[in-house]
Design a binder for this molecule. Structure first.
Ligand code: FRU
Length: 528
């Protein structure tokens, strides 16, 4: 009998613990130290990752699920990988949340806390966590029928650690037989007291409503009236926001599109308007920005895709928290990393304000990022003629910089910052005064040969602010740069792969002089 018990215990100890449960920890000196491994961005310990999914806050934890293929470093049968964080900066890997099943792979989607147990799927008086996702049937995809994507739900009673798929899946079948019919994002619509779902269907988004998350009713289609945008619509998000301090409510629709973004490939645009409980109507001032196929982009770099916001952030916090996939379908599957592929952007806050150009989203890194700051180096105000070396106790490729330039004392055509290494590779980011644009130049930033689409051109972003001070807030990690210019009015996120770490940083000006009014540089600790 005792032997049998030992055998049982032995078998239990051999059982898989979840394919990508944390293999190593911070105490292993090689953990997260591979070439190009982000030091303070989320990346999976190994294998393929794409979109963030099911982002929800519950009982002190921010959950991040993500499109994950545990058997390879290229896209494959999709699972939901899982991680949690208490501060949006340090992440703990958890076992895979959702596995493919007889209805298909688990594509992108969202998660909510069903506080009132409207679904009846709660247990012991505790609200369930509900995931709403697309099932993608790979067998159905090969037939001529186009109904192989549909929306399903799953529920968890243990803070997202284990899940049960709902027996009535799919909750929204694809009766119209639309090939691209996916990525449901659900929110509780306070004003109308109902669950509201938005998802992408080819060249439009669909709005559906529900009382219980299980049975859904179609409300409306939106978007096709604004023209062909030459790409597949994916991963929408829809939520109310207050305009600045005015208290006026507006609704924001985030929409990812691939290809067709401003600088090529995948990108995320947004729209501002009103919601009457059935239809989304674009705000009249905003309409001019999107007629004739024009778009307003959330990020003008090439590496911020499929991003959406966290659900159930407490009112006492009140922030709209966002995170995107820091890559681009143009080259994501061939970037030169061996053990894993892709990282997420930093967690960011979104704010809506009425700017001189109309309603715009302002995007900034979450304040929790300041936890990683080391001893700052303050820069003395100076005039930059060509270049000025930056010396201090920081490593260029693991740093945060806040630089303010005075345009009234700047006649340079371009100015900014350049990171480089001893191999002569360089990444340049800055402001082009002549064209009133920010730019991010990775054309000489290291490895390029893996894709013709990667380093072909300099990425550009229109400047929104009219201020005479140009503010560059930058985060440099091993393989990425994030620019939040003018307090989040213009954002650019780009990845790169230098053959040797960037170790040198200089401020530069070309075609004249630039005046640095203020500057501060922080070394950042690694978060792994
Ligand atoms: C966006 C996307 C989604 C889909 C998922 C599949 O990057 O194509 O539309 O659900 O990735 O992994």
């Amino acid at each position: 009998m005792k032997n049998l018990l030992y055998l049982l215990l032995f078998l239990i100890s051999c059982a898989p613990k979840g394919d990508h449960a944390k293999e190593a920890t911070n105490s292993d000196k090689d953990y997260y130290q591979e070439q190009h491994r982000p030091q303070f961005h989320f990346s999976p310990a190994e294998k393929w990752m794409n979109d963030p999914n099911g982002m929800v806050y519950f009982e002190g934890e921010y959950h991040l699920f993500y499109q994950y293929y545990p058997d390879s470093t290229v896209w494959g049968p999709m699972h939901w990988g899982h991680a949690v964080s208490e501060d949006l900066v340090h992440w703990e890997h958890l076992p895979i949340g959702l596995y493919p099943d007889s209805l298909g792979y688990i594509f992108s989607g969202s998660a909510v806390i069903d506080w009132k147990n409207s679904s009846g799927l709660g247990k012991d008086g505790e609200p369930p966590m509900i995931a709403i996702f697309t099932h993608h049937d790979p067998v159905g995809e090969k037939t001529t029928e186009n109904d192989f994507q549909y929306q399903s739900i799953a529920y968890s009673h243990d803070k997202g650690r284990t899940w049960t798929k709902y027996e009535g899946n799919p909750v929204i079948p694809n009766t119209e037989k639309i090939r691209d019919f996916r990525d449901p994002k659900v929110m509780w619509d306070e004003a109308n007291e109902e669950w509201l779902m938005v998802f992408a269907a080819k060249d439009r988004v669909k709005f559906w409503r529900s009382d219980d998350l299980k049975s859904w009713e179609f409300l409306s289609d939106w978007g096709h009236q604004y023209g062909d945008r030459n790409g597949v619509w994916e991963c929408p998000d829809f939520f109310p926001m207050t305009v600045g301090d005015s208290g006026a409510p507006k609704w924001v629709l985030l929409l990812s599109i691939n290809p067709g973004s401003s600088n090529g490939g995948s990108g995320t645009m947004y729209f501002v308007g009103d919601w009457d409980g059935k239809n989304f109507k674009i705000e009249s001032k905003f309409e001019k920005d999107i007629l004739d196929g024009k778009s307003v982009w959330l990020d003008y770099g090439r590496d911020n895709y499929a991003g959406v916001t966290w659900s159930d952030v407490p009112d006492t916090d009140g922030r709209k928290l966002f995170m995107g996939w820091m890559s681009n379908w143009d080259y994501a599957q061939v970037v030169p990393t061996d053990k894993w592929r892709s990282a997420m952007t930093l967690a960011r806050t979104l704010k809506l304000d009425d700017s001189s150009a109309g309603y715009r989203l302002f995007v900034e890194p979450v304040h929790e990022m300041s936890k990683l700051r080391g001893v700052p180096t303050k820069l003395t105000p100076s005039t930059i003629a060509e270049t000025m070396g930056l010396i201090g106790k920081f490593t260029a490729n693991q740093s945060e910089m806040v630089l303010e330039f005075d345009l009234e004392k700047t006649n340079a055509a371009q100015f900014g910052i350049e990171l480089s290494n001893s191999k002569g590779e360089r990444y340049v980011v800055g402001f082009d005064q002549e064209h009133n644009q920010f730019f991010s130049d990775r054309t000489h930033a290291g490895k390029q040969s893996f894709s013709e689409k990667f380093g072909a051109k300099v990425h550009r972003a229109p400047r929104l602010s009219n201020s005479s001070k140009v503010k560059l807030h930058l985060f440099f990690d091993s393989a990425s740069a994030e620019l939040f210019a003018d307090d989040g009015a213009t954002v650019m996120t780009d990845i790169f792969f230098p053959n040797e770490d960037f170790s040198k940083a200089v401020l530069f000006s070309s075609g004249g002089e630039a005046t640095l009014a203020k500057g501060i540089i922080y070394p950042l600790e690694r978060s792994w």
